[in-house]
Design a protein around this ligand. Sequence first.
Ligand SMILES: C[S@@+](CC[C@H](N)C(=O)[O-])C[C@H]1O[C@@H](n2cnc3c(N)ncnc32)[C@H](O)[C@@H]1O
Length: 201
Amino acid sequence: MAAALERLGDMTGFRCVDVGAGGGDVSVALAELCGERGRIYAVDIDPVRRNQIATRAARFSQVIALTQAAEELTLPEPVDLAFCRFLLLAVHEPGLVVERMVAATRSGGWVIIQEPITSAGRIGRTPLSMEAPGVTDPDIGATVLELLSCPGVEIREAWVESPAGIGDSAVAHYLEAMSDSLVTDEQIVLPPLLTAIAKVL
Ligand SMILES: C[S@@+](CC[C@H](N)C(=O)[O-])C[C@H]1O[C@@H](n2cnc3c(N)ncnc32)[C@H](O)[C@@H]1O
């Protein structure tokens, strides 16, 4: 996330939306970058998340938590940045969500999407796919650029990151925490995360 946000330069005073904000990690990072003059709309479909985010971001008055479906994203003002991470893999209409994110962004503003290609992860030679409840497309990262290829949007940069390790490594600990299972001594390649940065014209 940090590498993507760095590309935008000084974000002081930015209006942002974090769509599918979850526990609020991204919203808090955005609040730190945008400062007190910024505003961060932390949007999630799950009402329980609103309280979690409010608690997590209590020291940032610029974070506003909203219960809203991404497919119906409606904000009180256009934003400079619409961001989502690990959201599109869970929705039924990712194209519509991208459309709403673009529509919520002012002309000259940015859309950043970070989504995984889970079946490209590996434990040893075994694919590490994330066929989990609530996941509609575990490989959504493979189509993000296609989803962003719409009129009025220019993809400026895109890349894929995939941390790897073997034995008692940071990725082994991460996977243990995520999957609640003990990891082997085999080589682990975490599911690649595709990041796309697009400018709204
Ligand atoms: C895996 S979490 C990601 C949290 C956060 N973006 C992050 O990267 O830490 C996905 C979040 O998306 C939310 N979500 C799922 N479908 C949604 C939808 N249609 N509209 C808005 N939020 C949604 C879920 O409630 C959940 O909090």
